[in-house]
Design a protein around this ligand. Structure first.
Ligand code: 3PG
Ligand code: MG
Length: 410
């Protein structure tokens, strides 16, 4: 059921649009050049549409967060956006002061500017509600100069920050095309998956994996959950498999007694739907060594799922109708430990399965293996995606819903 406005619902011609995007990108250390422009490419359809429909577009965005090495200006992002769009998008080193106001007043229909990193604004990152943020100076100053607010910031949708949720209370607001696509893909995985539906969960955030397993099995979203990477090792430990000191030390950062207890309960209640590795690959002095679980504990660290597990899991995903993959199966930075991740991804895209991947690491792996384009949907979200999958409301989406209710009530 429709619960937010889209660009189809708004009169855009000649209007001034605040367009909040998430083009927070990995940068190269030292030069701070963009290491990956995926998120910029993903906003182009909305941006083109806004410009073709003769809007005056004010782009709001952030890069990293204060205190981090890659916290920097949006100037490079504006340059890259201009290159990819083929239309100049000037950078304005201000958010709502005189310089920004002047640039906004000079905008003509079909033109866009990109403002300064919004996280330079005091209060931007305060965790406040949509209502509280709507009184912020930035929102008051900018909304007075704009007619509409459009959000494509799915990647930051789990943050209740000023420029992300403050405008929806005061301006007619809609989801951009990217936000629409993200929400539709997730709807197809979470709300209305074709069965069998398989979730492949890996990566390092074991405590999040527990919440996802719980939700997707409790709500009959997934028929099977395949656990790989650290999540796989953690569930093996919960089953009573001693992994060996090195592997267990790596787990300990995330692994608490509470996690262990939660994993045990999940295994008890949903055991038949949870698959853990049947063999693992160890790092034997730089070489891959596949061993069965009976060879554990080992002093050598576990770096990937084993070949037999890779084959079994590949078989399961290739027979599924819906597959969601979050997190690699092994240490993909090393070629010899990429086997598991690669095998599962290739098996997933080999059929006509509806397949979704997300998270920076997972997407870069798919790009490296040349199968990224063959997934049905590649999400720009990392944290936002995980929160959605865990069933947590996303503040940015909630703000768009509130704007829809308000707008429809008028
Ligand atoms: C992200 O990439 O995670 C989003 O842009 C949000 O950024 P944050 O994690 O620094 O809040
Ligand atoms: Mg983040």
């Amino acid at each position: 059921m429709k619960d937010h406005f889209t660009l189809d619902d708004l009169g855009i011609e000649g209007r001034t649009v605040i367009y909040r995007v998430d083009i927070n990108s990995p940068l190269k250390e030292g030069t701070l050049e963009l290491a990956n422009d995926n998120r910029i490419r993903e906003i182009l359809p909305t941006l083109r549409e806004l410009l073709n429909r003769r809007a005056k577009v004010i782009i709001l965005a952030h890069q990293s967060r204060p205190g981090k090495w890659d916290y920097t200006s949006m100037e490079r992002h504006a340059r890259r956006t201009s290159e990819l769009l083929g239309v100049d998008v000037p950078y304005v080193n201000d958010i709502w002061g005189e310089e920004a106001k002047k640039a906004i007043s000079r905008l003509k229909p079909g033109e866009a500017i990109m403002l300064r990193n919004v996280r330079d604004e005091k209060g931007e990152m305060d965790k406040l509600s949509m209502e509280e943020h709507s009184h912020a100076r930035m929102v008051r100053e900018l909304s007075a100069l704009a007619d509409l607010y459009v959000s494509d910031a799915f990647g930051a949708a789990h943050r209740s920050q000023c420029s992300l949720v403050g405008f929806q209370a005061v301006l007619p607001s809609a989801a951009g095309r990217l936000m629409e696509k993200e929400l539709e893909a997730l709807r197809q995985v979470i709300d209305d998956p074709s069965h069998p539906c398989v979730f492949v969960l890996g990566g390092s955030k074991f405590s999040d994996a527990i919440k996802v397993v719980d939700r997707v099995l409790k709500e009959n979203i997934a028929d099977k959950v395949l656990l790989v990477g650290l999540a796989g090792n953690a569930f093996l430990k919960a089953k009573g498999v001693a992994l060996g000191k090195k592997s267990e030390d790596i787990l300990m950062e995330e692994f608490t007694e509470d996690n262990l207890a939660a994993a045990k309960v999940l295994l008890e209640v949903y055991g038949e739907h949870i698959e853990t590795p049947v063999d693992v690959a160890l790092d034997d002095n730089g070489k891959r060594k596949d061993v069965p679980l009976s060879a554990l504990p080992s002093e050598l660290p576990i770096m990937d799922i084993g070949k037999e597990t890779a084959a079994r899991f590949s078989d399961i995903v290739s027979k599924a109708c819906t597959v969601f993959i979050s997190g690699p199966a092994g240490v993909i930075e090393r070629e010899e430990f990429s086997l598991g991740t690669r095998a599962i991804m290739e098996a997933t895209v080999s059929g006509d399965t509806f397949s979704v991947i997300g998270g920076g690491h997972t997407v870069s792996a798919a790009q490296k293996y040349g199968c990224c384009d063959r997934f049905s949907y590649v999400s720009t979200g990392g944290g936002a995606l995980e929160n959605y999958i865990m069933g947590k409301p996303l503040p940015v989406v909630e703000a768009l819903k509130a704007a829809y209710k308000r707008g429809k009530g008028k």
